[in-house]
Unconditional design. Structure first.
Length: 162
């Protein structure tokens, strides 16, 4: 079972830890990381969650383990779920969102990835593909895209226009 750090509302570690599947309460916040990866054609790398994870489409994300920084946690999640090692300097921080005892850090990467060479973590991911903004919007409209990731996708589009 992974050990994770609790944070305060200002994203400072509190010194307290918890295990996965615990819902934070009171002044305790959990850190979540999400990253959108886009290729030079403007397509986003999306992944379909495994059956036990709900089978919705989304992007790569997860929780940093104890002592990891946000970006270290994101790097590890990409490695675990997709089997690719992306250098930290390629990660672009987009924004932090705080709601309901959750702190979510959003990242963006521009990278060419051959999806045929990925090593998927079958417990988490059953399929990956490159998708256009229009294809993702269709998945969102059909309720086939993870809700939180759908909201983040809209923020990502805003980020790209800057």
């Amino acid at each position: 079972m992974e050990i994770r750090d609790y944070y305060d509302k200002n994203k400072n570690r509190t010194g307290k830890t918890y295990t996965a599947n615990v819902v934070p309460t009171g002044e305790n916040y959990m850190l979540i990381v999400v990253c959108f990866i886009q290729n030079s054609k403007g397509e986003f790398l999306i992944q379909k969650a495994s059956k036990q994870k709900g089978e919705k489409w989304g992007t790569t994300g997860g929780h940093p383990i104890s002592k990891e920084t946000s970006i270290q946690g994101m790097k590890r999640e990409i490695w675990e779920e997709l089997g690719i090692d992306i250098p930290e300097e390629k990660f672009i921080y987009v924004n932090t969102f705080i709601k309901n005892n959750k702190i979510l850090d959003l990242y963006y990467i521009k990278e060419e990835i051959n999806i045929n060479e990925l090593n998927l973590q079958v417990e988490e991911v059953q399929e990956v593909k490159w998708a256009t903004k229009e294809e993702i919007s269709m998945l969102i409209n059909k309720n086939q895209f993870e809700k939180t990731h759908a909201k983040l996708f809209n923020d990502m589009q805003y980020f790209e226009k800057k």
